[in-house]
Design a protein around this ligand. Structure first.
Ligand code: GLN
Length: 282
């Protein structure tokens, strides 16, 4: 029987090792959540505390591959805390590269567009770091839009973030949006039949992940719209799957646009920086 937090953490980490690459971390985050304290406070002060009532049930959920972020309802991204639910993709560390590239490309941006808000992580991280900028974000899932609006409120960005229903699979979807200095997008890009971890395939929203046999369906709509959405000197940052750089660059070139590649934390192709003029070298 586990009677202290320290013992319960050890036991839970052992059980989770079969399910998770980050078993010990998962156990700690779930314990802190069950105790209602931060992870560091838990590690500092609660080693000898009694195991909280709900902890075992949280571990059972994780053993069934439910992502930790959905169990706790929150995920850190770019140093900010985002509410998440199963209606939204969990923001990934790899997508922080997209935010960095956007801030570097147009630190002077006034108008920012996010195509497919999900939790709002991309747009809200950019707006947080560009205090003069105004954002518009579109999202077709009502559940996701509600999560993004919650995050805008919590981060005090709602006055600068116009978050609207919108769907690029519908005709005239760009009408009334205007032109933008920065466009951000992490569209669905997974091949329909791709082998995915059960924590992703069975729990994250399929509508945010899958984009046809080659994972390119959404790029085939978004890339042709960029010339009408980019302001002069505007830059689009588009997340891609690591095998898709060539195919998506070709879609950009077909519009007379230039694409420059950024790699993620694991050194894989992850973001295309797309503009109408050749990007300046730096
Ligand atoms: N990066 C996600 C994954 O690997 C996919 C995100 C997406 O399709 N936009 O599961």
């Amino acid at each position: 029987m586990s009677d202290t937090v320290t013992q319960a953490l050890r036991e839970a980490a052992n059980r989770l090792a079969a399910t998770s690459d980050t078993a010990r971390l998962d156990a700690e985050v779930l314990m802190a959540h069950a105790l209602g304290v931060t992870r560091s406070a838990m590690l500092l002060n609660h080693g000898r505390s009694a195991v909280p009532e709900g902890f075992a049930a949280l571990i059972e959920r994780r053993l069934r591959h439910e992502p930790v972020a959905y169990i706790t309802g929150s995920q850190e991204f770019f140093g900010l805390e985002f509410a998440v639910s199963p209606d939204v993709l969990i923001p990934r560390g790899d997508s922080e590269v997209l935010v960095e590239a956007a801030l570097a490309a147009r630190p002077d941006a006034q108008r920012v567009l996010d195509l497919g808000l999900g939790s709002g992580a991309l747009l809200l991280a950019v707006l947080h770091n560009l205090p003069e900028a105004q954002g518009i974000g579109i999202e077709r899932s009502p559940g996701a839009l509600a999560v993004a609006r919650t995050n805008a409120q919590r981060l005090n960005l709602a006055p600068r973030a116009d978050l609207r229903p919108g769907d690029w699979t519908q005709p005239d979807w760009t009408a009334g949006l205007g032109r933008f200095d920065l466009i951000l997008a992490n569209p669905p890009y997974v091949e329909d039949e791709a082998p995915l971890d059960p924590s992703v395939r069975d729990h994250e929203p399929a509508s945010a992940l899958f984009a046809g046999a080659e994972g390119l369906d959404d790029y085939r709509i978004i890339l042709p719209a960029l010339p009408t959405l980019l302001a002069p000197g505007g830059v689009a940052l588009i997340e891609i799957g690591h095998t898709q750089a060539q195919a998506v660059s070709a879609l950009a070139q077909a519009q007379g646009l230039t694409a420059r590649l950024h790699r993620d934390l694991g050194d894989r192709p992850r973001v295309l920086e797309i503009s109408s003029s050749p990007p300046s070298s730096h």
